[in-house]
Design a protein around this ligand. Structure first.
Ligand code: SF4
Length: 235
């Protein structure tokens, strides 16, 4: 039977607590500086983590510094991005973003972001080409900045929609701020980071794009989609 929860904030907290019980152990922050984290987010679009990590390592091993990537031929960058989807688009994008950061700041370094407030930092980042809300939140949250911002990827988004927390029509971009505002205001940066991690893992391991495994889901009694899928199956 579907549990009625009085408001969305409590519902989201219940989801967070249940998923943290399942996936919470051992989630740790990344250890990349903000600029390196930005490059990983540019490589990660519609690419498996393993493949974007491979391409990122190729760039580091081949060029040695982000200044050298910025100054390299696009074809040479593209050759190192072969493990990713769309290296022909990502190579010029990475080069252009590195060039623009240098032009704006006079150097290739994003550590200043740690000295400004999160909304201002996200706005600054989102003015760069190819950097949307998910990427700006990832730079703030995943990097050594350890800031408070909620990235929402396709797995996280799918789980939130199926649970009825947000509507599909809102889109992944806008979902970042909407979902972040539903988290308890006293959540620490680490708890916000963990929330994304557990929602993403649930999408990867149980709430699959095709054929979600609702029978094995700890959220089934909360989930209108799961309830309807299980009902259809049993009829
Ligand atoms: S019950 Fe099914 S649809 Fe709902 S969150 Fe779980 S796996 Fe996804």
């Amino acid at each position: 039977m579907l549990t009625i929860i009085p408001n969305k904030e409590e519902f989201v907290l219940d989801v967070h607590n249940r998923l943290s019980e399942v996936y919470g152990a051992g989630i740790s922050f990344h250890d990349l500086d903000p600029l390196s984290e930005l490059v990983t987010t540019l490589l990660s679009h519609r690419t498996k983590n393993r493949d974007s990590a491979h391409a990122f390592q190729n760039l580091r091993n081949t060029f040695g510094s982000w200044e050298n990537v910025r100054d390299a031929d696009t074809d040479a960058i593209m050759a190192q991005l072969k493990p990713c989807t769309w290296p022909e688009q990502k190579a010029p994008r990475v080069k252009e973003v590195l060039r623009l950061i240098t032009e704006k700041l006079g150097k290739l370094d994003l550590d200043f972001i740690g000295d400004i407030d999160v909304p201002t930092a996200r706005q600054w980042l989102e003015e760069l080409p190819g950097v949307g809300p998910k990427s700006s939140a990832a730079v703030i949250s995943f990097s050594t900045l350890r800031g408070k911002a909620l990235p929402v990827d396709s797995h996280h988004f799918r789980v939130a929609v199926r649970l009825g927390i947000i509507e599909n029509k809102i889109g992944e971009g806008k979902a970042n701020r909407v979902l972040e505002n539903l988290l308890p205001p006293n959540f620490t940066a680490k708890q916000v980071f963990d929330h994304h991690q557990v929602m993403m893992r649930h999408g990867q391991k149980v709430c699959f794009h095709y054929k979600p495994n609702c029978a094995a889901c700890v959220l089934l009694d909360l989930c209108p989609t799961g309830q309807s899928l299980v009902t259809v199956k049993s009829n």
